[in-house]
Design a protein around this ligand. Structure first.
Ligand SMILES: [Zn+2]
Length: 260
């Protein structure tokens, strides 16, 4: 956890409105991002969050306080804590809602937008889910990562939709973007912003490699039963997180079957 994260202005172009849905999987709540080029009136909202009218009104107030209007709504992925309010928010703002699939106007890797002078580039980062996207804000060298990289702890692979091989490729791709300094900070879907993007990606890759080793040993010791592996490998993790751990273990067993 990153106690004390309450959102607010993060860069001159990015403001976080924290949704009131804290929890073991959502940390302090979902980060709804309002992005706007200084001096412009058009803004982009990323992940309007759960269907909570008060939260949506707070997002609209932040936009209005800047004299802006929502020109585009983007989703990092389809999980409800990010996307449940998308239809309602689109109705409230009249803005198009874009994501991969699920009846949305499909986005693809490398798609670029310029909204009120604000540039954004779509970076496909599948793995947490099949439809996970990140959005690069080149003017800030910032990457909005949704649930691919969080502001605290580690992310999960939501098997079977999410896949570990894809997730590792996505992390390596983000690592390359940090190596070239194209990305220096992370604006995550939960938790506080990450100033050391390179460090956090390295930590994520190391953590995944460590967990894979642990799962490999657990399988060698007790067989490939999912619950046995969770008990062995995630013993120190709070039980409330075991359902998520179970999905991550499934993803890892899947991965080990195809990458022995
Ligand atoms: Zn989430």
């Amino acid at each position: 956890m990153s106690p004390g994260w309450v959102g607010g202005d993060v860069t001159s172009r990015a403001t976080c409105v924290l949704a009131p849905n804290p929890g073991v999987m959502t940390l302090e709540g979902t980060n709804t991002w309002v992005l706007m080029e200084p001096g412009s009136a058009d803004c982009v909202v990323v992940d309007p969050g759960p269907l909570d009218e008060q939260h949506l009104q707070r997002v609209l107030e932040v936009v209005a306080s800047r004299g802006g209007r929502v020109a585009l709504t983007l989703l990092t992925h389809g999980h409800l804590d990010h996307a449940e309010s998308a239809g309602r928010f689109g109705d409230l703002t009249g803005s198009p809602v874009r994501a991969i699939g699920s009846g949305h106007d499909g986005l693809g890797d490398g798609d670029r937008f310029t909204v009120g002078g604000l540039d954004l580039v779509v970076v496909a980062t599948p793995g947490h889910t099949g439809d996970s996207l990140s959005f690069l804000l080149p003017a800030e060298n910032a990457l909005l990562t949704g649930d691919t990289i969080l502001g605290a702890g580690t992310a999960m692979v939501a098997w079977p939709d999410g896949e570990l091989a894809a997730y590792l490729s996505s992390l390596r791709r983000i690592e390359a973007m940090t190596g070239s300094r194209e990305v220096t900070q992370i604006l995550p879907g939960h938790g506080s912003t990450v100033e050391d993007a390179a460090g956090v990606v390295r930590f994520y890759l190391e953590h995944r490699a460590e967990r894979l080793d642990q799962v490999r040993s657990a399988v060698a010791l007790r067989g490939a039963d999912v619950d046995n592996v969770v008990e062995t490998v995630y013993a120190e993790v709070p039980r409330a997180l075991w359902p998520a751990a179970r999905q991550s273990v499934q993803a890892q067993l899947d991965y080990l079957r195809t990458h022995p």
